[in-house]
Ligand binder design. Structure first.
Ligand SMILES: [Zn+2]
Length: 250
């Protein structure tokens, strides 16, 4: 068990430098620019921008008055204050994110951090602590890195913010959520997280920014936010790389 903890701690510390290779982060063709993605792939991505739901960040087709909530947030108010996403999760962004998550294409962290920084500018400015949605230690050992941890660490480094890799602990090794319905996803994750007891005092009265790669139904973010809400934190915000956008609105 000690060895496992040691390995997890090394993985969490993540003292790695990422060198952006001269290939497109999406199609992997050579690129001459230093943006990490070729012009064609960049044009195929769908970036999310205002106007959007003041809480969950779901984009609206038409302009609305500032501070408007989407139907989903009105129906079931969220435990977090704000979430913003950089990209729509679609065929184009999915390939890049899966490559980042499962295929060691960790150099993409630089490109993704740029996009997360733009989407979550206000959230980052407000945050006292930046922390990732955690993986269960067993899954971390199999995957070798937490993709959300790499993003959170790089955002904190870029903006000189406090990075806390293990503020939340994933105490339940939940099954893969890919095939689950919204209700199934919630049942799967609702009791999966705990606050790391060593940070309970530290986060009192503070603003927390959670970082994740993909927002599908929001169940994981909601479970983490409910866990944090039991502590006396001032704000819970989140920035995600991509979110699933449903046809016809949220
Ligand atoms: Zn919303």
């Amino acid at each position: 068990m000690v060895d496992v903890l040691k390995a997890v701690s090394v993985l969490l510390s993540g003292a790695v430098d990422y060198v952006l290779p001269p290939i497109c982060g999406s199609c992997r063709e050579p690129v001459v620019n230093s943006n990490g993605i070729c012009g064609k792939c960049w044009a195929d991505l769908t970036f999310i921008s205002d106007p959007c739901c003041v809480c969950c960040g779901y984009p609206f087709d038409l302009s609305v008055e500032a501070g408007a909530f989407c139907g989903e947030c009105l129906k079931a108010p969220k435990s977090f204050d704000r979430c913003r996403a950089a990209l729509s999760y679609d065929d184009k962004s999915r390939d890049m994110i899966i490559g980042f998550k499962h295929s060691d294409r960790t150099y993409l962290v630089q490109l993704f951090t740029k996009w997360l920084s733009l989407a979550g500018k206000e959230i980052i400015a407000d945050a006292d602590f930046i922390t990732p949605i955690p993986l269960h230690p067993k899954r971390l050992l199999t995957r070798r890195y937490n993709q959300s941890g790499l993003l959170a660490q790089e955002i904190a480094k870029k903006h000189t913010k406090n990075y806390v890799p293990d503020l939340l602990l994933r105490t339940k090794n939940t099954s893969s959520q890919g095939h689950l319905s919204q209700r199934g996803r919630w049942d799967n994750v609702r009791a999966a997280f705990q606050i790391n007891p060593k940070y309970k005092e530290m986060i009192r009265g503070k603003k927390i920014a959670l970082i994740d790669d993909v927002y599908t139904t929001g169940a994981t973010l909601e479970a983490c936010s409910r866990t944090l809400k039991k502590e006396d934190v001032t704000r819970i915000d989140a920035i995600v790389l991509a979110r699933v956008l449903k046809e016809g609105g949220s």
